[in-house]
Design a protein around this ligand. Structure first.
Ligand code: ZN
Length: 121
């Protein structure tokens, strides 16, 4: 069988090779605790090659999104938590809100909006 992430030989009845399994297991163990760069360091500390890491992160193991997208959503939620916002948002929601904001920005600036610093423009 071939690994579903990196397409290399994974062994009999294995959907993932040992390296990609390790990336997924480490991600599930540390997601939300470590940032993207810290996770990359962690993967590399387990002697997993950069190519394998990239392949594993680009793969969607169960239809809920690629690991890379999930890490981005995790980081967004960490920022929200740091700002004291109790809400959790998905990447899709953040993107939708941002696009809606862009559409209205050209017509009127809300009174509550923060103005750029003096001399900025
Ligand atoms: Zn693999």
């Amino acid at each position: 069988m071939r690994c579903v992430s990196c397409q290399e030989a994974a062994g009999w009845w294995k959907r993932r090779c040992s390296d990609c399994s390790k990336v997924l297991a480490l991600y599930e163990q540390w997601a939300g605790e470590l940032g993207l760069l810290q996770l990359l360091d962690l993967f590399e500390s387990h002697r997993i090659s950069r190519a394998k890491i990239e392949a594993a992160l680009a793969h969607d193991p169960d239809g809920r999104g690629t690991l890379r997208d999930r890490m981005a959503a995790d980081m967004t939620n960490r920022v929200f938590a740091d700002l004291g916002l109790g809400t959790r948002q998905t990447v899709a929601e953040v993107k939708r809100l941002r696009e809606r904001g862009d559409a209205s920005a050209s017509t009127a600036r809300p009174a509550s909006d923060v103005r750029p610093p003096r001399g900025h423009r």
